[in-house]
Write a protein that binds this ligand. Structure first.
Ligand code: DAH
Length: 342
């Protein structure tokens, strides 16, 4: 029998065996036996060498045609079998393809981040850019250059987390004022300095040992207290609502002169007096003032030609007022029952 006849016989036998394969296992065994690396059809390529050269191309082509034919039938049968199996499983109730997938629970921004972004947005509208400064700060930036003398209560060792004898965790965002001024002088500047501050303090419902502040600083040729008050009024009306009243009281900070504190009428009682405002009708929202000449000079500006205002806002406290959160510790507790409300 010629090699060509032998090849045709292998084809006929393979077609018949394929027809007889009744299960997936049998079908797979057939595939291995016939078309696998050592399968009957595959092995036929070895016989090519035994043929006279002029017959070899025709033989090789015939093998390829047979391979393709068998593969096509095999694939169709395998798919049909898989389909039948799935249909059986479905009918038996094993899988319900109509069941919805497992829900992915989307997270959302923390209330602190949401508040920070609201504040960025409000001050961006008034031309303030965000300027970041380090959490681990030099003592000189945190205190000396801000005109805070060694006897100031904020320098009390119990208020400050020291890293070594020159470095500390900033107790407020004010040191960023010096950094921003030194980078920009002698150009006018308008920045907000957001960030975490740290104080070695007792944790209570009203104070944490870590909290956020946003500092504001504007330096220019003709900046006055009116600009400061106008900026803060705009802020209170955009953040707390246009109906809020503001009032300004004189105050003291080493790095501003004159210094003020700004209050809004109590959000809860509208100024009538309640436990939240301690029956004063007012809530303090920030400290502020005109940048002290010494501080301007430390920042690289000539106080005879330049003036500026600064303010320091909390972030958690305003959020507590706006959203009626009673305890600052919730901000750091990671309790989903709290976080999911915002
Ligand atoms: N640094 C002050 C504090 O943490 C807050 C402050 C008050 C900042 C007045 C200012 C300011 O820029 O002008 O208590």
């Amino acid at each position: 029998m010629s090699l060509f006849d032998e090849l045709e016989q292998i084809r006929t036998a393979a077609l018949q065996a394929l027809d007889e394969a009744a299960t997936r296992e049998e079908l797979e065994a057939w595939e291995k036996r016939t078309l696998g690396r050592k399968g009957a059809v595959t092995l036929q390529t070895r016989s090519i060498g035994k043929l006279p050269p002029e017959e070899r191309p025709a033989f090789g082509q015939r093998i390829n045609v047979i391979k393709q034919e068998l593969e096509a039938i095999y694939t169709t049968r395998a798919q049909a079998m898989r389909h039948a199996e799935l249909t059986r499983e479905l009918a038996g109730g094993a899988v319900d393809v109509t069941l919805p997938g497992r829900p992915v629970t989307p997270g959302h921004l923390h209330l602190t981040t949401q508040t920070l972004r609201q504040l960025y947005d409000i001050f961006a509208r008034m031309g303030f850019e965000v300027y970041e400064s380090p959490d681990v700060e030099l003592e000189t930036y945190n205190f000396d250059l801000l005109n805070i003398p060694a006897y100031h209560p904020a320098r009390d060792m119990w208020d400050t987390f020291w890293v070594d004898d020159q470095r500390l965790l900033r107790t407020h965002t004010s040191p960023g004022q010096i950094r921003a001024m030194r980078e920009r002088a002698p150009e006018p500047l308008r920045v907000i300095l957001p960030g975490k501050c740290y104080r070695y303090e007792q944790i209570t419902a009203r104070s944490e040992h870590q909290f956020y502040q946003i500092e504001g600083l504007a330096v220019g040729r003709n900046i006055t207290m009116t600009d400061l008050i106008g900026t803060l009024r705009q802020f209170t009306s955009l953040f707390y609502g246009a109906e809020r009243q503001t009032r300004v009281r004189s105050s003291y900070f080493p790095f501003t002169e004159p210094s003020i504190e700004v209050d809004i009428d109590c959000i809860l009682c509208g100024g009538k007096g309640c436990p939240v405002c301690k029956y004063t009708g007012w809530l303090e929202i920030c400290g502020a003032g005109m940048v002290h000449p010494v501080v301007l000079e430390n920042g690289g500006y000539d106080p005879a030609a330049w003036s500026g205002f600064a303010f320091g806002l909390g972030v958690e406290r305003p959020a507590m007022m706006k959203y009626h959160v009673k305890d600052i510790r919730y901000f750091y507790g990671n309790d989903l029952r709290f976080l999911r409300q915002f």
